[in-house]
Design a protein around this ligand. Structure first.
Ligand SMILES: [Zn+2]
Ligand SMILES: [Zn+2]
Length: 218
């Protein structure tokens, strides 16, 4: 194996041979606690199913997430998403270690307008890396985004769900399949919930959500 060249850390600039991040910055990434809701990955005492999932079970069956969406993981995700630093897709996908073994992988689709604007879909880049590493098929065209929904950040959860009705469709027959949905960040989970609903309507028997980071309410 060839020795890695020293390179400046993407976050602090310190030169190291550790890869995109220096060891100190990599150690600073906010890992989620091991005890979290198996359905939505929200930290819970003893890893119990959280109150929100008990009250209203989402369409996905489980979530595997690595980081809290907080500094400096949020900086990496934003640079991947908006900063054109697509090299981060491989780095972040390399830190995802899902335990579920699905039949195929689907990425959170981006509307064609956004795709043209950005030039790439960060979720599809992550999904491609995961598919290669785990030797799973990546169904890149199985699902589409039909509506360019307005940014969700300012909306309460119920309005987010309403906002997403009819946002996706799925043209692939997924009868009996276990599908993993890949996205960069889970915020309220409303987009993944809606995509999971559509994927189950296409026949999927089981849906796992795989995300790099998830927002944690205090
Ligand atoms: Zn650093
Ligand atoms: Zn939950």
């Amino acid at each position: 194996m060839q020795a890695r060249l020293a390179q400046p850390c993407l976050l602090c600039g310190a030169r190291s041979r550790a890869g995109l991040l220096c060891p100190a910055c990599a150690a600073d990434l906010p890992r989620l606690p091991a005890e979290r809701c198996p359905v939505c990955a929200m930290p819970t005492p003893g890893g119990a199913v959280c109150g929100a999932c008990l009250k209203r079970a989402p369409a996905y069956d489980r979530t595997e997430a690595v980081f809290r969406y907080a500094f400096p993981a949020d900086v990496l995700v934003q640079r991947l998403k908006y900063g054109g630093q697509t090299v981060l897709a491989g780095y972040l996908a390399g830190l995802m270690a899902p335990s579920a073994r699905p039949d195929l992988i689907v990425a959170m689709p981006l509307h064609p307008h956004r795709l043209r604007e950005r030039g790439y879909n960060q979720a599809a880049l992550l999904a491609g890396h995961l598919a290669r590493r785990l030797a799973l098929p990546f169904a890149a065209t199985a699902c589409r985004r039909l509506r360019d929904t307005p940014p969700q950040v300012d909306l309460p959860v119920k309005a987010r769900r309403r906002n997403l009705r009819g946002a996706f469709d799925c043209t692939m027959d997924l009868a009996g399949r276990h599908v993993a949905l890949v996205d960069d960040v889970m915020t309220s989970g409303a987009s993944l919930d809606e995509l999971a609903r559509v994927v189950k309507r296409a026949g999927a028997a089981e849906v796992s959500a795989w995300v790099v980071a998830r927002t944690v309410r205090d």
